[in-house]
Design a protein around this ligand. Sequence first.
Ligand code: ADP
Ligand code: MG
Length: 407
Amino acid sequence: MTTTEKNTAADREVTGASIRLDGVEKLYKGQSEPAVASLDLDIEAGHIVAFVGPSGCGKTTTLKMINRLIEPTAGKIYIADRDVTGVNPDKLRQQIGYVIQSGGLFPHWTVERNVGAIPRLLGWDKQKIAERTRELLELVGLDPDEFGKRLPKDMSGGQQQRVGVARALAADPPVLLMDEPFSAVDPITRVRLQDSLIDIHHKLGKTIVIVTHDFEEATKLGDKVCIFSKGGHIEQYATPAEILANPATDFVKEFIGSGATLAQLSLTRVRDVELQPVVTATVGEPSKDVIARAKAAKDKWVVVVDRKGHPRAWPSVKEIGTVPEISSYSDPRLPVVAPSSTLQDALDAMLSASQGGALVVDGRNTVQGWLRMADVTDIIRGQLDDAQPDEQGYTEFAEAEHGGDAS
Ligand code: ADP
Ligand code: MG
């Protein structure tokens, strides 16, 4: 297996604060059993921790006790070693970003107004709020000029979630809490939002706690994953690699299930795999020049880019030969992944586009090369050789796809 490059805290600046739960309990009124019973948990400053577990196990309750949207029945919560169980909850929430599934934007407010909500509450001056809003929209990948004045209803679900993240980060809180933030968007958008979150985390070094019911998402995002069972009971709290290698309990074994081998794929990143070079062609260029370049590079495929270098299509040299110049056609199904994408994401992108490879773009959407499906399947095969010999299904899958070509 190639080296596993999680975004370890060692190589990034930490601006986040630690979080500590000490004997925290929540008994809802009228319930006989606590939703969360005596929970102890330490979250390191600057880490991403993913809470995962079946529905009703107490993930949301735990998250909301951290920002006191729900008051604990017992126990203490410390942020940066400060007991926050007694502080004014409104003040506390101004220092903790919070993102929920549906974005939670104010529907009648423009994007700008939504993002500036907390800074306005804090009494920042207009100029500073405007600058901060632009900076944040850029950070989450939205053009401030294009989106600033829009209403949430005029944006896609994924774009609204990006605004939700920008708004949560507006006052530069050390802690960001996210409750299933990406579960209502389509799978491709979801991967993009996950990649953006990893990128943002890398840049800002906040402490992030994210609730998900998806173990794969947890392993992709989490420096550590906390697997809960009913009553907020911690079954295992460890790095994804540790959990996959040594599930602590039968509950964990069952929870990660037969997907564990494929989950290994979510520990390997596109940047860990050697990329193939690409020949690029700009929209409007004479086809014969491009064909000559492709021939010289012994390449059968050409990546068409616009003037900013963003990829639009991935035609064969043969196809290009049928027209005098490179067309501006934009392929809506172009499989594109980021260096931080997991091999699982890359494989999904290839399969949903029915292509034998995926283009890899950097943070500016500039093409860096392409990833061959054959290289991904080789890695799956390598992992299978290391794993239990009884995962027949995946071996057959790898065989069937091996040698796939980019077509
Ligand atoms: P999860 O987020 O893991 O799905 P929750 O924290 O939402 O779980 O819920 C944990 C348990 O607490 C569940 O049994 C749920 O029914 C119960 N619960 C959640 N909110 C309330 C509430 N406001 N009143 C009573 N019971 C609640
Ligand atoms: Mg929940």
